[in-house]
Design a protein around this ligand. Structure first.
Ligand SMILES: Cc1ncc(COP(=O)(O)O)c(C=O)c1O
Ligand SMILES: N[C@@H](CCOP(=O)(O)O)C(=O)O
Length: 461
């Protein structure tokens, strides 16, 4: 399997190189040059598999010959052995609603599904091929801790993780800043998540700096993130369909950086029987507006009760534009240049129609989010995290499977507002608030971050 850039500026690379490259060297995102197709017989074969075995089947064609199958199997088994649920991502019934629980990993958010795997994958590739990796990432709360837990204490890897100061939940902050391993560097940026993500991309686009410091990516700009997230869509289909290829399922997906729902979109393109994909946003509704109007226009970032989705520039939207325009990298480049210079881009009517066929999209206010948490709790005793509540509200009366992207106890300020008490802390979140922490505060500038990385690595190398 080969990977090329959404902007068409690099020669195709194999899986291992794509994973280590993170952001493509021309500033674009890496995408497979050809998507494998899944036929009805394969779907039937996959339907009874354990999560780990299914992950192997889904991932193997994308990995190609870069990792022997038995070694890929070990990587996958090790990655999901850290989950507390035997099914890894179980589906539970809440009233007549099906919830796909993605929060049984070490940091209680869906990011663990990909980042436990990516941490092990980095470690494997560096041990096998040599070299080092200095990860640079941006988080609105959940990617940061999942990535840190994925690589803490690992040889040859350091991680610099930027979060927007004061805009993540207290427990999310503690999860990251209480990890004191020498290879972990937390940075609170004075700005928004979009500022943090922009700085990280600026560093990746400074190719001499990227090469000198062997920068690596853990955000969903890294292809391996999308790949690992595709698995639970297939798993959920298999559990709900009993393996009947005619049985289609829909998903409601709380959306910010567009990585999660994009993984579902690709699974559907591969032939997994997925009907509707519902993009559920909070008040930061740039994606909802795009599906409604065909215009992607960057606006102000609002702080909401679902803070991990307080995002305006959705990284993976570029990957979608690429597939929407039949893999025409020139067109993507032109659209992105317009976005860069004017803050908006508009797709042609035919493409807008296709986008409307690909996705439903619903924006949910904070008041609706609280009401959804309240209603679900009153009816069933089940506590939704605010992001999950956005998805459940967006699903409305339809039968979409709703992705539960985080454990509610990570967002107890919102839970308390909704139901007057806290969600009980699962074991992985207990005791965090009593731990010592380490975190540096920096201005939202790429040069400041570069200087910090240079200095830190000079001291530790
Ligand atoms: C709890 C939670 N839900 C939903 C999202 C949105 O996912 P994505 O950014 O892949 O669209 C995030 C952040 O990514 C998150 O942390
Ligand atoms: N909501 C995310 C933002 C980063 O998204 P990613 O999927 O690109 O890593 C977070 O929790 O940090």
């Amino acid at each position: 399997m080969q990977y090329s850039s959404t902007r068409g500026g690099i020669a195709p690379v194999g899986f291992a190189e794509a994973v280590l490259m993170g952001l493509a060297s021309d500033g674009g995102l890496l995408v497979p040059t050809q998507l494998p197709r899944v036929d009805a017989a394969t779907l039937r074969d996959w339907s009874g598999l354990r999560f780990e075995d299914l992950a192997l089947e889904v991932m193997a064609p994308f990995v190609g010959g870069d990792i022997p199958r038995d070694e890929l199997r070990t990587l996958i088994d090790d990655s999901y052995a850290t989950f507390t649920h035997p099914e890894v991502t179980p589906i539970v019934g809440v009233g007549d609603r099906r919830i796909l629980e993605l929060f049984h990993g070490p940091t209680a958010a869906f990011k663990d599904v990909a980042l436990q795997f990516l941490g092990n994958l980095f470690e494997y590739l560096l041990a096998r091929d040599g070299g080092e990796l200095n990860i640079c990432g941006a988080t609105s709360g959940d990617t940061g801790s999942a990535a840190i837990y994925g690589v803490r204490g690992k040889a040859r890897i350091s991680i610099f993780m930027l979060h927007p100061k004061g805009r993540i939940s207290p427990i999310q902050e503690r999860q990251m800043t209480s990890v004191l391993d020498a290879n972990v560097h937390n940075i609170a940026v004075r700005g928004s998540f979009d500022d943090a993500q922009r700085i990280v991309k600026e560093l990746f686009n400074d190719l001499p700096f990227k090469s000198e410091f062997s920068l690596g990516a853990v955000n969903s700009i890294n292809w391996a993130r999308i790949l690992a997230q595709m698995v639970y869509y297939v798993f959920a289909w298999a559990r709900c369909s009993g393996g009947d290829p005619e049985h289609r399922v829909s998903f409601a997906v709380p959306t910010g950086n567009f990585g999660d729902v994009f993984a579902g979109y690709l699974a559907k393109r591969m032939g997994v029987p997925i009907d509707r994909l519902i993009i559920a946003t909070n008040r930061n509704d740039i994606l909802t507006r795009f599906v409604d109007t065909g215009v992607y226009a960057v606006g102000e970032v609002f702080q909401t009760l679902s803070p991990a989705m307080d995002i305006q520039i959705a990284s993976n939207f570029e990957r979608y534009l690429y597939f929407l325009h039949d893999e025409d990298a020139g067109r993507v480049r032109a659209l992105l240049e317009t976005l860069q210079t004017t803050g908006r881009l508009e797709v042609e009517t035919a493409h807008h129609e296709r986008a409307r066929a690909d996705f439903d999209a619903v924006a949910v206010s904070d008041a609706e989010t609280l009401e959804q948490i309240r209603q679900t709790y009153a009816a069933s005793g089940y506590i939704l995290c605010p992001h999950t509540a956005v998805g459940v509200k967006a699903a409305g009366s339809g039968d979409a499977i709703c992705l539960a992207t985080a454990h509610p106890a990570k967002f107890n300020e919102a839970i308390r507002l909704a139901i007057g008490c806290d969600a009980p802390l699962p074991p992985v979140l207990q005791g965090l608030m009593d731990l010592p922490t380490r975190c540096l505060e920096l201005d939202a500038g790429a040069d400041t971050l570069k200087a910090h990385i240079r200095e830190t690595l000079r001291d530790t190398r």
